[in-house]
Each structure stands twice: as structure tokens, then as C-alpha cells.
Design a protein around this ligand. Structure first.
Ligand code: SF4
Ligand code: SF4
Length: 103
């Protein structure tokens, strides 16, 4: 089991209040607001921690780079993926099936 799977297991064992407190902690550390892809729509919706909650539900945007690899949350919870606002949460990206090449 890797660090992210440990994080998921820990979160699942918490009660609702402690789970919310943990997410607020990660929210405070999220650096999406400094990313060139982060736009006004995302800011207005106060969207953060896409790595945990999944892609942006409301906003459309251009990919201009992703700074997830430099985020402290990456180390803290063991992320391996990036561009979570576009591609989905860490869980979603890890469970996505590989694209089949046509034969
Ligand atoms: S890894 Fe990316 S989406 Fe997750 S908290 Fe950091 S900047 Fe935000
Ligand atoms: S998930 Fe990555 S690309 Fe999207 S806003 Fe956050 S840092 Fe930028």
C-alpha cells in the first residue's frame, strides 16, 4: 500500500467532523490559486484540492501548465498524478483504464 492509499484509508476511518477538518487542512495548503491554468471562474467558485474532490464541475479552461508537482499536498498525501482540475482526482486517474491503441 502506498502513501496515497494510506491517506484514503485514514480518511475513511474518520468521522464526518474530522474528515472535514482534514480536507480543510489540505485546502489551506493547495497552491492551485497560483497556477497559470487557474482562472477567474475557478476563483469565483472557490475551487481547490481537485486532487481529492475531482475535476472542476463548473468551469472550462485552457491548460496552461500544472503546478501540482510542486504542491506540499503532493508529498503529504502521496500524489503521483497532475492536472486534477482537468483529468480528475488522484483516485479517478489511478483507476482510469489505459487507452487502447487501434490494432
Ligand atoms: S496537488 Fe494540485 S490540486 Fe492537489 S492540493 Fe496541490 S495544487 Fe491543489
Ligand atoms: S490542478 Fe494543477 S492545473 Fe489545475 S489549477 Fe491546480 S495546479 Fe493548476
Amino acid at each position: 500500500m502506498d502513501a496515497f492509499e494510506n491517506f484514503l484509508q485514514k480518511i475513511a476511518a474518520l468521522d464526518e467532523k474530522d474528515r472535514a477538518a482534514t480536507l480543510i487542512e489540505q485546502n489551506k495548503c493547495c497552491i492551485c490559486g497560483r497556477c497559470p491554468t487557474y482562472n477567474e471562474c475557478m476563483r469565483e467558485q472557490d475551487e481547490l484540492i481537485y486532487c481529492i474532490i475531482g475535476r472542476s464541475p463548473m468551469c472550462s479552461f485552457e491548460k496552461k501548465g500544472c503546478i501540482c508537482p510542486t504542491c506540499p499536498v503532493k508529498e503529504a498525501i502521496g500524489l503521483r498524478k497532475a492536472y486534477h482540475c482537468v483529468r480528475g482526482s488522484e483516485t479517478e486517474q489511478r483507476s482510469a483504464l489505459p487507452v487502447q491503441k487501434p490494432s
